[in-house]
Write a protein that binds this ligand. Sequence first.
Ligand code: ATP
Ligand code: MG
Ligand code: MG
Length: 548
Amino acid sequence: TKGTSSNFIKNIIVEDLRTGKVDEVITRFPPEPNGYLHIGHAKSICLNFDLADDFSGKTNLRFDDTNPLKEDVEFVNSIKEDVTWLGYQWDGIFFASDYFEEMYNRALLLIKKGKAYVCDLSPEEMRAMRGTLTEPGKESPYRNRSIEENLHLFESMRKGEFKDGEKVLRAKIDMASPNINMRDPVLYRIAHATHHNTGDQWCIYPMYDYAHPLGDAIEGVTHSICTLEFEDHRPLYDWVIRECEMEAKPHQYEFARLNLTQTVMSKRKLKQLVDEQIVDGWDDPRMPTISGLRRRGFTAEAIRNFAREIGVAKSNSTVDVKMLEHFIREDLKMKAPRTMAVLRPLKVVITNYPEGQVEMLEAENNPENLEMGMRQIPFSREIYIEQDDFMEDPPKKYFRLFPGNEVRLKHAYFIRCEEVIKDEQGNVIELRCTYDPETKSGSGFTGRKVKGTIHWVEASQALQADFRLYEPLLLEKEGEESTSFLEQINPKSLEVVSGLVEQNMQDSKAHDKFQFFRHGYFNVDPKDSTEERLVFNHIVSLKSSFVI
Ligand code: ATP
Ligand code: MG
Ligand code: MG
């Protein structure tokens, strides 16, 4: 086999191919179009597509659209876009709703075999009679309806003769089963609602546990991979395949879902953030959605590498978001031009530099990747440096600018701070410095050394820009069960500062990525950046203590 590293599902596939249990690997990625995809889905996408690819198999994209109330074409389209952007091409694209007629016919078959019945219990009554882990459930009083009556009632359900919730179709399995999922689970419910794909054609909808195995079997899926919560549903999955007499025999395998620190990973919660306008849409760069990560500046390659590195396990765990950040740093290190941006500008006048003169200095675009070439940056008497790079009264070991101290301007000259100008409130508003022409970068000057190098932009040509700086959405670790996650929202998850960038970045386009000296990696925002004013999203800082 080629490609991705070994894992337990891959081992199963190798064995299945060796023994001839299957002769081709077919997987599927089955999102419900009720929200945008998140990084957890990316793990499942990579797993399904990579597995099939490793064995020259196929992967379908199947929309699991069995709940008309929550689903929408907006989500269908975003899912297609995200899967494609991640770099994958599906073989078939299907909707569970394409199979509603066949699913209905299989349900008739179950009824005819005495394996399914129409039940009039309310959801509350059903729950009360389901029993517990230690106590068996009680049989429904409708369980022994005749096959004829069940056929008639189920057909009437389809015709729309009952209201929502009035009746359901249930599998007739075993109310005493130690596995609660096998205690006559619901197969169909009534919902008078318009479906994004089938319109008003149906008013009964199959449940996930019924629709999913049938969809897999219809498509000839061989290895149906889902998250661990569905482990206890596997006997029902197998029951549906068997009792519906499906020709193909797909198998379900479960792996641990991805959880990330300091964010939420459930579409319901992400939707809440969007609906309550805590973030500005599903693609807000703070969101762990694929569209949010893309807008933030994460690359598909970094996400794929991350997904492969975390691998597939059989027990749930939470992955540190720093690991995801590690992969984007690695990916951009050689690709992103290294330029200078001043986020919080402080004006510097170089008093011994000729007035009106502008010289062009040479700077390499990426010292680790010389193929990226050189650029010209203007230098003159007035520049801006970072407010943080000056302290009037510095502590020991502060090597940047302070009165009397000399530092190197990146790509330019040494400057010495001679004078500090303040406003009436005592805020530092300008520095007067002198430069030493002999210290020009690239000149080979060795006369003396300085300990600090700071970045800057030339004042007359620098471009105004907004910088969006991010912190995690949540302050603490998010337990998946927690309902009060809104209380953990970090009020400082977004800060916008206005500053300056080098003039030569004026033709930057959406999604151009840069490494700003000392500040880290930034992405040109695809929605809000304009020719008049660039907007940059902070992707990740330069350094981290994280090691793999
Ligand atoms: P959510 O709980 O966020 O709504 P879901 O499982 O209901 O997620 P689906 O659209 O049904 O969302 O998921 C499509 C596929 O992605 C499923 O096979 C599911 O197992 C997988 N998946 C969803 N969340 C994760 C995750 N956090 N880690 C790995 N796989 C996931
Ligand atoms: Mg869901
Ligand atoms: Mg689901």
